[in-house]
Design a protein around this ligand. Structure first.
Ligand code: ACO
Length: 402
């Protein structure tokens, strides 16, 4: 109901696109999504093939450098990452300063932000060497930071990385291992975590990635930009969704309400209740990542023997939704997070760590997108316009006359 021409004043032509549903903020050669067809490709490679055959570090290399590595390139990349998994002892000290019940996501973003203070050879985004070493440091250190955030929350001592292990093995060891006891690596669990990380590795201009690019467009360094991305991911409509899904399933399991009562609440939009893990801004068809992960959910839950009842509730919700006009008309299908929380829980991760695992997975995407943006000479500082809807000009009224 506004007279747009009056509201614009001197700003000229401005497009109002709340939530940027139709506005591209950049060009990108990294990730292709066809939401209608349910297609996702990294650098042209279908997600299904990468999920089947790649591992997380190889996929990270692909996203960041644009091509699959040769065997020599992959070995070199793995070696360089392995070299940087340790945290500076003073950075380790940071963890002692947070309350024990702190959510690990703000701990993660704070520690990543602090990397700029420990590695001041990271401050020039146009210095290739600085960008390269910051890339390796981030990939290497984020799993260590994530494991320490968890150890802090349960009051256990930190384990140093053991670089005889792969990045994912090391992360699991530092998370679930205890000092002086050999942590038994389960290859099936490692494979499932690798898969989950690959599925989350990039998703073009989502909220956190757009945040990384926007912050980086002011020429803030990689650590500052990624720290901002972690904070964007913290929100329940984005990375926090996997945690929200599990909490929703547990409420139904604890008989707070039946499945049908819950679905009625969702459809009536009672108190803004949503079927968490359903719907996606881009996918208006089954999220291809959800299709891949659904099978893994069955395999891992069978193996760990945990969460069967929750999986049943999830499958029942999905079954109802896929046959219900409310969801069909709005093209609401399960997204990647509908099943991931169940898998993480059965592996022993507490709910609060789920979004941290999402961040570990999304990291190579953030890095690749930030590097692409910085390397593009047409990049300008991100600065959206607005349509002003406030008061017209009026005179100040003295305090004693109000
Ligand atoms: N449950 C019930 N209704 C929903 C849901 C849902 N999960 N998602 C969307 N809708 C409804 C909306 O109420 C709206 O209905 P209306 O047309 O009657 O007003 C319609 O579907 C369109 O929804 P929007 O919110 O406009 O869609 P948008 O693209 O802005 O939102 C989002 C996408 C945020 C993912 C949304 O579907 C949602 O909140 N889902 C639940 C949270 C979630 O799972 N997030 C994870 C996203 S994936 C990721 O980050 C990896």
């Amino acid at each position: 109901g506004y007279d747009i021409s009056k509201l614009l004043g001197e700003t000229g032509n401005v497009t109002l696109d709340a939530g940027f549903t139709n506005t591209a903020s950049c060009t990108s050669a990294i990730t292709y999504i066809d939401g209608g067809e349910g297609i996702l490709r990294y650098r042209g490679y279908p997600i299904e093939q990468l999920a089947e055959s790649s591992n997380f570090l190889e996929t990270s290399y692909l996203l960041i450098y644009g091509e699959l590595p040769t065997p020599a390139q992959l070995t070199d990349f793995e070696d360089r990452v392995r070299e940087h998994t340790m945290l500076h002892e003073d950075l380790k000290g940071f963890f002692g300063g947070f309350p024990r019940d702190a959510h690990p996501m703000p701990v993660l973003s704070s520690a990543v932000s602090a990397l700029s203070t420990f590695y001041q050879d990271s401050l020039d985004p146009f210095d290739q060497e600085q960008v390269e070493i910051s890339t390796i440091r981030l990939l290497a250190k984020l799993p260590t930071i994530a494991a320490y955030a968890y150890k802090k929350s349960i009051g256990q001592p930190f384990l140093y990385p053991d670089n005889d292990h792969s990045l994912v093995e090391n992360f699991l060891r530092m998370t679930f291992g205890v000092p002086a006891t050999e942590y038994e690596i389960d290859p099936e669990i490692v494979k499932a975590v690798e898969l989950l990380l690959i599925l989350h590795a990039d998703h073009e201009q989502n909220c956190s990635t757009s945040t990384v690019r926007l912050v980086g467009s002011s020429h803030a360094n990689l650590f500052a930009s990624v720290s901002a991305g972690i904070n964007a991911l913290f929100g329940p409509l984005h990375g926090g969704a996997n945690q929200a899904v599990l909490e929703m399933l547990e409420r139904i399991q604890n008989a707070e309400y039946s499945t049908d009562e819950f679905m009625k609440k969702v459809k009536d939009k009672e108190d803004g209740v949503r079927l968490m893990g359903f719907g996606h801004r881009v996918y208006k068809n089954y999220d291809p990542r959800a299709a891949i992960i659904k099978d893994t959910a069955h395999t891992i839950l069978q193996k760990t023997g945990g969460g069967d009842e929750l999986l049943e509730i999830a499958m029942r919700l999905e079954e109802i939704a896929l046959a219900d006009d409310y969801f069909v008309e709005r093209k609401l299908y399960p997204n990647v997070d509908f099943y991931t929380g169940l898998i993480y829980k059965s592996m022993g991760f507490p709910t609060r760590m789920f979004t941290v695992l999402f961040a570990l997975g999304r990291l190579p995407g953030w890095i690749a997108q930030w590097r692409e943006m910085i390397a593009d000479p047409t990049t300008k500082i991100g600065r959206p316009r607005q349509v002003y809807t406030g008061e017209g000009a009026r005179d100040y009224v003295a305090l004693n006359q109000r």
